[in-house]
Design a protein around this ligand. Structure first.
Ligand SMILES: [Fe+2]
Ligand SMILES: [Fe+2]
Length: 328
């Protein structure tokens, strides 16, 4: 309670001069009256102070409540913040390990790619050594193999095969006659008509070729081509008498390309046929010796001038070092 409040209360106590009509009280009465008034003032002051204290207590209590609530909220917010930080750290950790895993995978894939490229190069080197040996022994030439390869790739592309397969058919086609390494020279280079016995020896080059190409996946198509390139669509070929689609697609394609190039090339025992005559022979063989669909594709390539372009491009590169070029 302030001094002003006390002063107000004291002023409300009646201490004015007595009414002259009222008989004068004695000194003891005055004292009792004053004491009584003093007690009343003190009571009033007390109750006011009590009221103020209660009010204050209420406000304080309310404030305390608000403060607690605020503290709780603050605590919650701190907790949430800590949790969010932990989540963010966990997430960053996960991303980091994910990135590391991906980098590891990429490294492994790159190593795999290098290894398979190495294998491919080794395979191709092996092929060129094989071809060198085969073409020196045979009367075929490096340019025959180059043309066959290019014709095969053009046919495969025309049939809509994917690029990887086109390439695989191409490099595999050049090994179609590797088995001739085992064929005796006098039969291989014979210019007269072969006897049945001699012909059965010739047939063996398909089986020998397949064997020579081992078991590696890289030579899988080459093995099929070596074994089946003398099979016929009508089943009258050798060495197994397979027919139609029993013969691998690669071998059916090589068969067309190989025969066409053999017909249109000069050999010690024959002159080169014209491209028209060669194409005519291929067309005549459709459905008998050759897969008709492949013949149709080959004829279309001829009409578009693709065969002629391949032939002249290979002729232009003849000066380059090619396997078997010494056998020309
Ligand atoms: Fe052959
Ligand atoms: Fe050939």
């Amino acid at each position: 309670m302030s001094n002003d409040d006390t002063k107000d209360m004291v002023e409300t106590v009646d201490v004015s001069p007595r009414d002259p009509d009222v008989p004068q009280a004695s000194g003891g009465d005055v004292f009792r009256q004053l004491l009584h008034q003093a007690v009343r003032v003190a009571d009033m002051a007390n109750s006011q102070a009590m009221r103020m204290a209660l009010d204050f207590a209420k406000v304080y209590e309310r404030e305390q409540g608000v403060r607690k609530e605020f503290e709780n909220q603050l605590k919650q917010m701190t907790l949430m913040e800590k949790q969010a930080t932990r989540y963010a750290e966990d997430l960053a950790g996960m991303l980091r390990s994910e990135r590391e895993r991906r980098q590891e995978l990429e490294r492994a894939l790159e190593q795999e790619r290098i290894a398979s490229e190495e294998l491919r190069r080794t395979g191709l080197q092996g092929i060129s050594h094989l071809l060198l040996a085969a073409t020196i022994k045979d009367r075929t030439t490096g340019t025959h193999l180059q043309r066959v390869r290019r014709y095969v790739e053009a046919i495969a592309e025309r049939l809509g095969l994917p690029g990887e397969l086109v390439e695989e058919y191409g490099y595999s086609s050049v090994m179609h006659d590797v088995g001739k390494i085992h064929t005796p020279d006098h039969i291989l280079q014979s210019e007269h008509h072969l006897s049945d016995d001699e012909f059965s020896v010739i047939k063996q080059h398909c089986i020998d070729g397949e064997k020579m190409l081992g078991t590696a996946r890289f030579f899988e198509t080459a093995r099929a081509i070596a074994r089946e390139h003398h099979e016929r669509w009508d089943g009258k070929g050798y060495p197994d008498g397979k027919k139609g689609e029993e013969i691998s697609l690669a071998a059916r394609i090589v068969s067309v390309a190989d025969v066409f190039d053999a017909l249109t090339s000069k050999r010690p025992y024959k002159e080169a046929w014209s491209a028209e005559a060669g194409l005519k022979a291929i067309e005549t063989g459709a459905g008998e010796r050759f897969d008709p669909e492949i013949v149709a594709g080959f004829v279309a390539l001829a009409k578009e001038g693709v065969l002629e372009r391949i032939s002249s491009e290979v002729a232009a590169s003849e000066g380059d070092e090619q396997p078997g070029s010494s056998a020309k």
